[in-house]
Design a protein around this ligand. Structure first.
Ligand SMILES: CC(C)(COP(=O)(O)OP(=O)(O)OC[C@H]1O[C@@H](n2cnc3c(N)ncnc32)[C@H](O)[C@@H]1OP(=O)(O)O)[C@@H](O)C(=O)NCCC(=O)NCCS
Length: 148
């Protein structure tokens, strides 16, 4: 079995759209329209197992010292193999390469993100959350990774 993570190409858009849609139905993440995926395709990474796409994640830049990991998902039958962790690592490496030392995620997968070095923080600490229509009643947890 070979696992490879690559920057997404436009040709990966259909895979990303369908994967996110499946998990959005379970309210685990937000669905993304094709337009949102095309506009933000440079944010995305895709993980391939033996050349077949099995997971994706996106690093979205907010400010000079802040980015978000969003749209993280791994096909159900490929979960538990370390793919989610690899995708998060790839996003964090890209953030550091860009000179961004703080990365947050809004999530219900608290323990998963803790295993990737994130810690829980108050939503009030993030301008992104203060600006959200769901604030302060959002049921997601805000997790932050900070380069030491
Ligand atoms: C969350 C998700 C991306 C994890 O992907 P994955 O490939 O199964 O995770 P990994 O195999 O890389 O797991 C890494 C570690 O986290 C742990 N872990 C994974 N999911 C976990 C969970 N839901 N709760 C607690 N721990 C979890 C694993 O046991 C593993 O621990 P280890 O390093 O001690 O072995 C995947 O479950 C998923 O796609 N979920 C649905 C969509 C979703 O919720 N996305 C997150 C939105 S922010």
């Amino acid at each position: 079995m070979s696992l490879v993570i690559k920057k997404a190409k436009i040709s990966d858009s259909e895979f990303i759209y369908k994967l996110l849609y499946k998990f959005a139905e379970d309210k685990l993440l937000l669905p993304r329209s094709y337009n949102q995926i095309y506009e933000n395709i440079r944010d995305f990474f895709v993980c391939f197992e033996d050349k077949k796409p099995v997971g994706c994640a996106a690093l979205h830049i907010f400010w000079k010292d802040l980015a978000e990991i969003r749209s993280l998902a791994v096909e159900k039958e490929h979960q538990g193999k370390g793919i989610g962790k690899m995708l998060v690592k790839e996003c964090l490496n890209e953030a550091v390469d860009l000179g961004i030392n703080r990365v947050f995620a809004l999530t219900n997968q608290v323990d998963f993100f803790k295993k990737s070095g994130f810690r829980e923080i108050e939503k009030e600490a993030l301008p992104h959350c203060l600006n959200c229509v769901k604030f302060p009643k959002c049921d997601e947890v805000c997790m932050l990774w900070q380069r030491i």
